[in-house]
Design a protein around this ligand. Structure first.
Ligand SMILES: [Fe+2]
Length: 385
């Protein structure tokens, strides 16, 4: 097949090694950062990870102008506005985000407001940021969202109970510092669910209608790495090697989906996150296998392509191999101790119809191989409840 069109971009320099955060200050200084504003959350502060990063900044000659450590697990438009106001008051010429997707996306939102002025929601929509923003460095403390390398930020509007996606080629950080030691303390449940988020990025990017040969290469290797290392990272949290490879898998998956986009699994997860605060990775983990089954008639060959990455021997027609891949997804989630039903993730049955309506309107649905109406999504929600 001759692909119609290719457009792949990634503006982030990616560095990785065990203990790399000790070089954070030097690296920030190298890109011209002299006064940093640190963005993180209280849990990471208590674990000493924020202090570790700040010590490194200072040692590298970068002053810490201020910090915002009140990012909640599902960041919010009002949080971004408050954090941006704090950063604006503190001064500084580089944002340093230390955290999971919520923290890094908050910093991306702040970067838009600080660099361009106005309110965060002024930048919701396509093609609104067409020039470089201020300097941003990301140190992920989970291996899941890949936000340290993506061109997008997902931020909730608490009042409207909706998750908005912000997209621009300039949203990606200048530098991603992948240090497995920064993820060692992540508990098994969070390790597993965030890892399944990364897997969902790779799988949905690969079968996406916007997939391209570059994102394909990244997605295939991401699936292989995540499938191989997620159980070990989950059950042996202090295994630095497993943590390293999960950061790599999540990063590759992030680069893939940042360009190829995702599909119905993410559309449904966004809806459940907006309406019921279901953790993003958990929702994706539960819905990935059902989502693939829904797409089977439209993407059997693409799903079957993933077989070697899952360690599944391709056999028989594509549909048969694709079914084996879907079973591999189910058994990986099970091996990592994650539930298979939405009722075990805080979802209420009487909210499924509203969630299906929201998912049908989510931007991620447009690149799903098989078109999906609210009615079809509701059937999937009910089957998975
Ligand atoms: Fe995701």
């Amino acid at each position: 097949m001759l692909p119609e069109f290719l457009d792949f971009s990634m503006r982030t320099r990616v560095m990785g090694s065990a203990g790399l955060v000790r070089e954070l200050g030097d690296q920030v200084s190298r890109i011209g950062g002299t006064k940093a504003f640190v963005v993180s959350d209280r849990t990471l502060e208590k674990l000493g990870l924020v202090g570790r990063a700040k010590d490194s900044l200072t040692a590298g000659g970068v002053a810490v102008a201020g910090e915002f450590l009140d990012v909640p697990p599902n960041s919010d438009v009002s949080v971004v506005e408050r954090a941006a106001a704090a950063a604006s008051g503190a001064g500084g010429n580089v944002l340093v985000a230390i955290g999971g997707g919520s923290v890094i996306d908050t910093a991306k939102g702040m970067n838009m407001v600080l660099s361009k002025g106005g309110a965060l929601m002024d930048y919701q929509g396509l093609g609104l940021i067409n020039e470089p923003l201020g300097k941003l460095v990301a140190v992920p403390t989970t291996a899941g969202t890949g936000s340290e390398v993506t061109n997008m930020a997902v931020i909730k509007d608490q009042a409207a109970r909706v998750k908005y996606s912000f997209t621009s080629p300039y949203l990606g950080p200048d530098l991603a510092v992948l240090d497995p030691e920064m993820t060692l303390g992540l508990p098994p449940g969070l390790t597993a669910s965030t890892g399944m988020d990364a897997l969902t990025h790779a799988v949905e990017a690969y079968i996406s209608l916007s997939a391209n040969p570059v994102s394909d290469a990244l997605a295939l290797y991401a699936v292989k790495v995540i499938n191989e290392w997620l159980p070990e990272a989950t059950h042996e949290g202090f295994n630095v090697e497993a943590r390293y490879w999960m950061l790599i898998g999540s990063n590759l998956a992030g680069a893939a989906f940042s360009n190829a986009l995702v599909g119905c699994v993410h559309a449904m997860a966004h809806a459940l996150g907006g309406l019921f605060d279901v953790p993003h990775g958990l929702a994706n983990s539960i819905l990935l296998a059902p989502g693939l089954e829904y797409n089977l008639d439209f993407a059997a060959a693409r799903i079957a392509d993933l077989a070697p990455s899952f360690g599944v021997r391709p056999a028989g027609p594509a549909e048969e191999t694709a079914r084996a891949v879907i079973e591999a997804v189910r058994s990986l989630a099970k091996e990592c101790g994650l539930p298979a039903r939405l009722r075990d993730a805080g979802v209420r049955e009487d909210g499924l119809a509203e969630a299906a309506e929201a998912a049908a309107m989510d931007g991620a649905i447009f690149t799903n191989p098989r078109p999906a109406t609210a009615e079809e999504l509701l059937v999937m929600f009910r089957k998975t409840f």
